[in-house]
Design a protein around this ligand. Sequence first.
Ligand code: ATP
Ligand code: MG
Length: 587
Amino acid sequence: MTSPDPAAAAAAPSDAATPARHDFIRQIVREDLASGKHDAIRTRFPPEPNGYLHIGHAKAICLDFGIAEEFGGRCNLRFDDTNPAKEDPAFVRAIQEDVRWLGFDWAELRHASDYFEVYYLAAEKLVAQGDAFVCDLTPEQVREYRGSLTEPGRNSPFRDRSVEENLDLFRRMRAGEFADGTRTLRAKIDMASGNINLRDPALYRIKHMPHPIAGEGWCIYPMYDFAHALGDAIEGITHSLCTLEFEDHRPLYDWCVERVDLAGHPALLAPLVEKGLPNVAARPRQIEFSRLNINYTVMSKRKLTQLVAEGLVDGWDDPRMYTLQGLRRRGYTPSALRLFVDRVGISKQNSVIDFSVLEGALREDLDAHAPRRMAVVEPLKLVLANLPEGHEETLSFANHPKDESLGMREVPFSREVWIEREDFAEVPPKGWKRLVPGGEVRLRGAGIARVDEVVKDDEGNVVELRGWLDPESRPGMEGANRKVKGTIHWVSAQHAVQAEIRLYDRLFSAADPDDESEGRSYRDHLNPDSRRSVRGWVEPAAAAAAPEQSFQFERLGYFVADRVDHRNDAPVFNRSVSLRDTWAAKA
Ligand code: ATP
Ligand code: MG
């Protein structure tokens, strides 16, 4: 293949705002474009629709779609739906939503099941070439014959069947003549190979179960390695990117691509032409990179599924979950996740990323973009007794201290305000800078207040503070600049809207929740304080938020209006992340 202008194609990514990324995969892509090996890049993201996507998948998505985007190529979304037993249309919908939410779109939406007919013809071709055989060993026998890492396997007694017998049996497998598990179609490669994946791996197994898309027509289903390699070849994928655990499968991947040779046998693609599915058969190259691992999380679909099934979390989109649906509900933004993935980078080195890197990316994104609001999570009333009864006024606040383009908002103020209970101490600890009896503090943007009287109930609990607002310290006045020790936030009691505020924290309190030593499981590492719900008060401009709108609640952290439950007259906010890393100190 020749490239019209390899230099141009290999130039910097299309998004001029982002600096060019220089990981080893992008380096390969640049070289392949510059040398003219490919004139366009094609990638794919191939999820199995057996669960929701998690943060690990975000890394693969940003890589697969990101490379296509940066180098003017195309990326397909391909559902690997070769196992009809595990699929659910809800997963299929959510996966598409998640990819779009992250900011990507696919060139084409495909399913491995689109190719069932091609896979079948390809398998018949392998049989005809003497490269595959029908094996009658039971699954236990197959295991026994396979050998181990230190011992070679043994040939199946069915390995030398004639091509005619194999073809006949394989066709009868497809016709439904045999029960599940009684026969497989196996590649004929090498039972003595040091790579166990090459010891005559299964290509097809019998499963009498209709397929959610392909319907009743099939009772044999292709195995992952075979289907995946051919799917890539069918779609003309140039760089098939996957995680390191597939490194040992690469020789099998290459074997499938080469022995079937779709590019050299376009007739095999005839069933796709009938379906109107364009294709550009090619010889794809598999490249592996290391998985994303983050401490304090579990990331396998199996464990995430168990958390939901056992009711340990409130569903797939629980804001504590590491699914993309959960992170989204928690208040993670697509740009924060993309920033995180960029920071983590792409390599072949397995590592565990510190959770603070994920939270740091979110803080950084929200600090720059989230408007500021005031909210009080544990309210205590402060009455400014020197203001006239019924006094109210409107103050003007900047939405963002560093970004004027976010504009101003009106914040109502009145004689009675809610302040944070923990901003008052009768007996202050050393170094205290907030309210004490007789002491002064600045009410953010409203003036300087003093506490004169502490009102208590019969049990001695503080239920109200009564005090004074310095009339010479109002916004704009000379006296507003008078030095006082601390500044606290507040909301007008008369105007604030009561809100449910969900104070989320990390789901696991152990750095390695997957640690199963001493008979433990990740269930034993759940953080009992990962969710606390309180009733607080928010200023009207926070209550008016649309679902999924993020704010910094001053001095409290970053919060998002819950995607599902938030209403303007009954606001619900989730804490996305605290203002500072409180875990670093604990560790
Ligand atoms: P899990 O192991 O969590 O069940 P999976 O690998 O079975 O995930 P798939 O749906 O097969 O999930 O994955 C789709 C793509 O996402 C694959 O290319 C896979 O390599 C990639 N992927 C999955 N987990 C991670 C991860 N932690 N980091 C990077 N890529 C991942
Ligand atoms: Mg998988």
